[in-house]
Ligand binder design. Structure first.
Ligand SMILES: [Ca+2]
Length: 275
């Protein structure tokens, strides 16, 4: 890799590369919340990025009224740009935006709905596989991950025009919910109660490249071209009243190329210092 022939010095360098790469989180290359904004609802879940704005899936109870809504939110301040009612029960999953339509996971009737972003109307709904939880769009295909039952942790690649499944992969993760595509990889939130994890996933074969310990109770996930956005689920006391309002967090992720260059650069310095 760094020498034309493998000799003792090169082997030491390769071992150090592996050690430094493995220690990268310790050196500061971790996921990091850089900003948090108030969500438009208490139970805040699905997220999708739409050209400078976030689509947010939220559910509220105010007095005797329930509000199951889709919000378009300004990510700079959390302001609501648009919002539409959705006519199905408490049904919170992730979202994706394909450039024209919003796609929503419906947890409790195992459906995925295509929604008109101009008025929130449901154009078509499809039977999903298991309980659909995470949803992302890669520029050509929809991707959906299920979170329970026989389909738990299965990632489906779907033709959005026909809803035909063209490939599926077992992610081998416990409880994936939020899903986002960053242009080359998928990110999946693993929602496991108070503690969770975030997985970086190879889009070619569904293998987990790296897993990060992460905060729990995060559900929706979106990618804005530079940062991840995640939703922190709020909730109500059993007797009524809000114990936590939903929030939306902007998350900085490590850049694998920079991480590797850092390791290589450090090794070059170490190598020069060797007698
Ligand atoms: Ca998403």
């Amino acid at each position: 890799m760094f020498c034309k022939s493998i000799n003792g010095k090169c082997q030491v360098i390769l071992v150090l590369v592996i050690i430094l790469y493995a220690q990268a989180p310790v050196l500061g290359y971790e996921l990091r919340v850089v900003r948090s904004i108030s969500a438009p609802s208490v139970k805040t879940a699905g997220l999708a990025w739409d050209n400078g704005a976030l689509w947010v899936y939220g559910y509220d109870v105010r007095g005797s009224e329930t509000y199951n809504r889709l919000y378009k939110v300004d990510p700079s301040n959390g302001g609501i740009l648009e919002d539409f009612p959705l006519y199905w029960p408490d049904d919170i999953g992730d979202l994706a935006f394909d450039g024209t339509y919003i796609w929503a996971c419906r947890l409790y009737d195992n459906k995925i709905s295509k929604i008109n972003p101009d008025d929130g109307t449901v154009i078509e709904s499809y039977e999903a596989f298991g309980r659909p939880a995470g949803m992302a769009f890669d520029g050509e295909y929809l991707w959906n991950v299920s979170d329970v039952g026989d389909h738990r942790g299965t990632l489906y690649k779907i033709n959005p025009a026909s809803f035909e499944v063209v490939a599926h992969y077992d992610l081998n993760v416990s409880n994936a919910w939020g899903l986002a595509y960053d242009g080359s990889h998928f990110w999946a939130l693993d929602y496991s109660g108070p503690s969770g994890s975030m997985h970086l996933i190879d889009s070619m074969d569904g293998s987990v490249i790296q897993s990060y310990s992460w905060m729990g109770e995060r559900i929706g996930l979106a990618w804005d071209g530079e940062y991840l956005w995640e939703s922190h689920f709020g909730g109500y006391f059993s007797g009524g009243g809000v114990y936590r309002w939903g929030t939306i967090e902007q998350v900085e992720v490590p850049e694998p190329t920079i991480m590797l260059l850092f390791s290589v650069g450090s090794l070059a310095l170490l190598s020069k210092r060797r007698p």
